[in-house]
Every structure is written in C-alpha cells, then in structure tokens.
Design a protein around this ligand. Structure first.
Ligand code: FPP
Length: 255
C-alpha cells in the first residue's frame, strides 16, 4: 500500500446539532454517516491509510452520558459495518489506550480488527482514547525497558529508533484535515505530523463527505513540499524545480 495517508480531526458535531436545535449526540450520530462516506470514498481518491480521531484522551472530561453515547456509536459502527468493511478490503485497527475503553466497545473493536485483518485496499485507523503525548511517552518507556533488560545500549537510542517505535512503521500522514474551522492539533499524531500538510475547512464534520475529502487532497497536491530540503515535491511527485508561480504564491501566503 503506497497511496496517501490522510488523518482527520472530525470536529463540529456539537455545533451541527446545536444549529438544528438537537442534542449534541445527534451530531455524533450524523458524524457516523460522514465516517461511512469518507471510508467508502477513500480508495478511489488514492487514500490507502485513513486515521480518524474518534475519541481523544481529553474527551473523558465530557459528561458521562455523551462519553457513553460515543462509545455506543463506536461499538455499533464496528458491529454493523465490519462485514462491508471486509468486503471492501478495509482493514480496521485502533490506536490509543485500550485499558479504559468500555468492555463491550472494546470487544466489538477487537472483533472488527480480527475480522478485517486481511484488508489491503485501505487501512482505517481509529484513534480512540488517544493522546500523542501519551503515545510518545509509551515509546520512550519501551526503549527504556529494553535498556534495562540489556537488549539496547542507551547510546543506541536515536530519532530513527523512536520513530519506529512510535509509528510502528505506518507511513506518516501526507495531509491532516481538521473540520469546523478550528486550527489546532489537539494532541493528535504530534510526532507523525512533523512534515504533513495541514488543511483546515469550515465544513462541520456531519456535513463532510468524500467530495470534501477530494477538495482537501486537491489542496494538498497544489502545495509544494520540500521536507526541509531544496527539491520540491508536489503531492507525492518529485519535481525538478519549484515553479515560479508557486514560489510567488508561497511568498504571498507568507506575507
Ligand atoms: C468532535 O466534535 C467530535 C468528537 C469528539 C467525536 C467524533 C466521533 C464521531 C464522528 C462518531 C463516532 C466515530 C466513529 C469512527 C464511528 P465536538 O463534539 O467537539 O463538536 P463541537 O466542537 O462543535 O462541540
């Protein structure tokens, strides 16, 4: 699988509901339709890895009824959609802590992981009880453990080793999309997003469909990526020199 990796902070469910005079959870419910459509549309847009921020470790601060509904939706999504996911070649995995996820939601999630394990068209990663700072500290702890056991010398700890431990060799996101006009990372994939293109859209998550994803990818393809070097990369294609127009466009953007 060597297509695009898109990561999405799905934001704006509460606002979507409020604008309609509905309780917040109805926004989350509508957000599941967006998840379904984006997952279905991803392979045709060249996306082979899709990471969705479904529940952050900070979301535990929300009222218990809202937290309960969110895990209920996750459980139902896994239960009801695993067959379609498998038929469409989607492999589901979860990132984040597993020890605090309600038992029935965790069982459904792990069943979906096992059931879809053979999928090769799209890797759908659900970030659940996820915190990037936690993930980075876990990786550091694992390396410290190896030093303690004597299988790693402390001098061998390197950026590359830490990278391998944090990412488990999943390619870094090419694009991060955040909906609902917010422009923050909110403790999402802090290490992995080092060179990702950030695309922000005012569309609220429950209104987001594959067409919006296509627009975000088109925006990414217009950007010039140099990864700190001088050779321009557009989309995932290396180009020989930065086109003048885009250099001036870059200056305009910076101005
Ligand atoms: C942020 O909107 C959204 C969430 C905290 C949850 C996202 C969950 C889903 C889309 C549904 C379940 C997911 C899957 C994968 C089945 P918000 O409530 O913070 O919105 P607001 O900022 O407008 O209040």
């Amino acid at each position: 699988m060597s297509g695009l990796h898109v990561a999405i902070v799905m934001d704006g469910n509460g606002r979507w509901a409020r604008r309609r005079g509905l309780p917040r959870w109805r926004g989350h419910l509508a957000g599941v339709d967006s998840v379904r459509d984006v997952v279905r549309g991803s392979p045709d847009l060249g996306v082979t890895t899709l990471t969705l921020y479904a529940f952050s470790s900070d979301n535990w601060k929300r009222p218990p009824t809202e937290v309960g509904r969110l895990f209920w939706l996750l459980r139902e999504y896994c239960r009801r959609e695993q067959e379609e996911l498998r038929d469409n070649g989607v492999r589901v995995t979860a990132i984040g802590r597993r020890d605090r996820i309600p038992r029935s939601a965790l069982a459904a999630l792990e069943e979906a992981e096992a059931f879809t394990a053979g999928g090769t068209r799209l890797h759908l990663r659900l970030a659940i009880d996820y915190s990037a700072r936690w993930a980075i500290s876990q990786a550091a702890r694992e390396l410290a453990r190896r030093v303690e056991r004597g299988s790693l010398a402390s001098g061998e700890i390197s950026t590359e080793l830490l990278h391998k431990e944090i990412t488990r060799l999943v390619p870094e996101p090419d694009v991060l999309v955040r909906t609902a006009a917010e422009q923050r990372l909110s403790d999402f994939l802090l290490w992995e997003l080092a060179y990702s293109e950030l695309v922000f859209t005012p569309t609220l998550w429950p209104d987001f469909r594959r067409e919006h994803l296509a627009l975000a990818i088109a925006e990414f393809q217009r950007r010039e990526r140099r990864f700190g070097g001088l050779v321009a990369v557009q989309g995932s294609q290396e180009v020989r020199a930065a086109p003048a127009a885009s250099a001036s466009a870059r200056r305009r953007r910076l101005a």
